[in-house]
Design a binder for this molecule. Structure first.
Ligand SMILES: [Ca+2]
Ligand SMILES: [Ca+2]
Length: 240
């Protein structure tokens, strides 16, 4: 359908496209993601806004009976093949039904990270659901989202690696973070590459205590040169 001499639009399976000799606008739903690409004078300049981009849907495979609430990555992948990427770059958990952030409950989480997923023990747990951040390299940076902190970079990958602990972020940035978080996202400071796409080895990757990329194995000698490499990462947390 032609709107006027210059503008046309069409609906593709994942959104509406408008195009013009100098502007392309793409609106995706749902959740809503907006992409605007402007050509001036001959270079195409992209702009985008997508708070939810890259998150999986919420998963709730277990109920808090018996040994607790087990939302492990192994089980979730087995029961939902192809829906969770191999190397998530973030994780978030909340209570089913109420949407209460995990950090606001008094339950104990024995696992809460991108390696093993989420486990609440013992049996007094509420019922939790979890989701993972699986972005694509071409759209790496989510915009500012409600409840999420700014991106913080409190360490450099010098001798032992890059240590981005929530407690350190909170101490160095009073009032800008929190003592207990419900989610974490990690990307590189240069290039905005999601952590899961860098191929590096991470030692810690959960809201609590935070994120660590070590150049040496835990408990091993500080070898020179270190066996692993670490880029400089920055983190943001879901508070609470
Ligand atoms: Ca559950
Ligand atoms: Ca860093």
């Amino acid at each position: 359908m032609v709107l006027n001499h210059y503008w046309s639009w069409v609906y593709f399976p994942w959104g509406w496209w408008w195009w013009h000799p100098r502007v392309i606008i793409i609106i995706h739903c749902c959740p809503i993601r907006i992409y605007i690409i402007i050509r001036w004078p001959w270079i195409w300049w992209p702009w985008h806004k997508y708070c939810e981009y890259g998150w999986t849907r919420w998963f709730d495979r277990d109920n808090p009976s018996g040994t607790g609430d087990w939302e492990t990555l192994t089980d979730l992948r087995n029961e939902n093949p192809g829906q969770i990427c191999d190397n998530p770059s973030g994780i978030e958990a909340r209570v089913v039904g109420t949407g209460t952030p995990a950090a606001l409950t008094l339950d104990t989480f024995t696992h809460f990270n991108v390696f093993s997923g989420f486990v609440c023990q013992p049996t007094t747990c509420q019922d939790y659901e979890v989701r993972f951040w699986c972005p694509q390299q071409s759209f790496p940076v989510p915009c500012d989202c409600p409840g999420w902190t700014a991106w913080f970079d409190v360490d450099d990958p010098t001798v032992t690696g890059d240590w981005e602990y929530l407690s350190i972020v909170d101490t160095l940035n009073p009032g800008q973070a929190c003592a207990k978080a419900s989610g974490i996202q990690v990307k590189t400071t240069i290039g905005d590459v999601p952590a899961g796409l860098t191929g590096e080895v991470f030692h810690r990757f959960g809201p609590n205590p935070g994120f660590v990329c070590r150049k040496n194995p835990e408990g091993g000698p500080e070898n020179t040169p270190a066996p692993y490499q670490c880029r400089d990462y920055e983190v943001r947390f879901k508070c609470p």
